[in-house]
Write a protein that binds this ligand. Structure first.
Ligand code: SF4
Length: 458
């Protein structure tokens, strides 16, 4: 039998990219060869996202596009969040799909096992439950809300021992770029009103520091970007009853030039974590704020308010004046009034964060917010999004202008393109650098020009 090839199309967030890398590492390990060519591969895997409505639409569009492009006789496999959450619907509606594999749990045996790649138009649906029990620690108590109390919200979890075939701990190839995402935990113990993630990713299960460090070593990247649904809560589920993000960040920082943290829940910004992040030389804080109106945040079942967030940001700036900040906000959550929106505008103007993402609220099946009244008109949401984006674009551009003439340490990601600690890969702006600089090196350069979110340095 000739060697089979596979191509993977990845949608969604950095966490999905990590899953795809692990799938690639494992499939290559079984003797299959990787291909970039959807049209010629024996197996095409679409790793889907179902976070919000637009992501689901993009996933379906991609599945249909791949089904058109692939060669006759190849197999089309759909994995990821859509396969997990809407597997039955996909199987019923899209006969183009040959195999559905939630989170890839059953994917490798199917793809690399004996047999040819003859097409089967009958969809195989491996409804293997994702096992979301703790990784070796004692069984945990009930799901906890943002303030630590039980939420009373049941999450659709299939508890049990972690299987051998677990995406979190699969091997992956060395990084293709000077930076790489590393997923340190899966799932989430919170119950934010708008979010369906805990219902299908389950409660948090953290990897061990040893497993994470082994992956960091294997990746051989200059910059490691740590990701998880609730990053700062890392470790709390391993039977130790306390977060372990600080020792983890220190351990990773000892191995690589840069370590960056994405998605920090604001109540978890301890002094020790702030100090540790600043000491790594990457004072970049990605705070998951979502809104600033106290009333709306309560309705979102989240911690905090604009004053508390401003105080946290202020204390970080006092500790490290050059700290960079990113945050995300939801616009049009049920019940959002003009007054709430004005509070958010005021906060954005005063906080002067480096980067912000604004997202229209998307109603998700089974979430608390689904039952809330006070849906905000779509046109009004678009107006509010426009106002916020315009304001933030001006702030970002001004902050970038202020950097002209300053020295920056730039990691060269690809010929002519690099990033300082202020820019997370694939999310923030970039720095245009001389083409001659070697990829993977860190260079001290001077910023010569700012162009909106991007910089030029020589
Ligand atoms: S929004 Fe983030 S912290 Fe809240 S439940 Fe979803 S994944 Fe967890």
């Amino acid at each position: 039998m000739s060697t089979q090839s596979y191509a993977i199309v990845t949608l969604g967030c950095p966490k999905n990219q990590v899953d795809s890398d692990k799938l690639a590492g494992t499939l290559t390990g079984t003797g299959m060869v990787a291909s970039d060519d959807v049209e010629s591969a024996d197996v095409v895997v679409v790793n889907t996202c179902s976070f919000i409505h637009q992501a689901r639409q993009e996933s379906v569009d991609t599945i249909l596009a791949v089904a058109e492009q692939r060669r006759e006789g190849s197999r089309l496999v759909v994995t990821g969040c859509m396969a997990e959450r809407y597997g039955d619907e996909l199987a019923a509606e899209l006969p183009e799909i040959d195999h559905l594999a939630p989170f890839g749990m059953s994917l490798v045996p199917v793809l690399s096992g004996p047999g040819d790649a003859s097409p089967s138009r009958e969809v195989e649906y491996s409804a293997v439950p994702v096992t979301l029990g703790p990784t070796g620690g004692p069984t945990r108590g009930p799901t906890r809300g943002p303030t630590g109390g039980p939420t009373g919200r049941s999450t659709n979890v299939h508890a049990g021992p972690t299987p051998d075939f677990d995406l979190l701990n699969l091997p992956r190839p060395a990084a293709q770029r000077p930076w790489a995402y590393v997923k340190i935990a899966e799932g989430c113990d919170r119950a934010c009103g708008f979010c369906a993630i805990p219902s299908f990713r389950g409660p948090q299960r953290s990897r061990t520091i040893e497993a994470i460090l082994a992956e960091v070593e294997q990746l051989a990247a200059k910059e490691i970007v740590l990701v998880a649904q609730d990053l700062a809560a890392y470790g709390r589920d391993q039977g130790v009853g306390q977060r372990a993000i600080v020792p983890l960040v220190r351990a990773v920082a000892a191995e690589v030039e840069r370590v960056r943290l994405l998605y920090l829940y604001p109540s978890d910004l301890s002094a020790a974590l702030i100090d540790t992040v600043c000491e790594t030389g990457v004072p970049y804080f990605d705070l998951s704020l979502q809104h600033v109106s106290p009333r709306l945040l309560r309705s979102m079942r989240r911690w905090g308010n604009g004053s508390k967030f401003a105080a946290s940001i202020g204390s970080i700036r006092r500790r490290e004046p050059a700290a960079a900040f990113r945050s995300n906000f939801i616009v049009g959550y049920p019940g959002e009034t003009e007054q709430d929106h004005d509070q958010l505008l005021d906060f954005i103007e005063e906080a002067r964060l480096d980067w912000c993402g604004f997202f229209a609220y998307s109603e998700e099946v089974g979430t608390y917010a689904e039952s809330l009244r006070g849906k905000v008109d779509t046109a009004l949401v678009a107006d509010r999004l426009g106002e916020l984006s315009e304001l933030q674009d001006t702030i970002t551009a001004t902050k970038r202008d202020e950097l002209v003439g300053s020295e920056v340490e730039v990691l060269v990601d690809e010929p002519g393109i690099g990033r300082s600690y202020r820019e997370a890969p694939e999310i923030d702006g970039v720095i245009s650098v001389p083409q001659t600089l070697e990829v993977g090196t860190i260079q001290t350069l001077t910023v010569t020009e700012a162009m909106g979110p991007d910089l030029e340095a020589r």
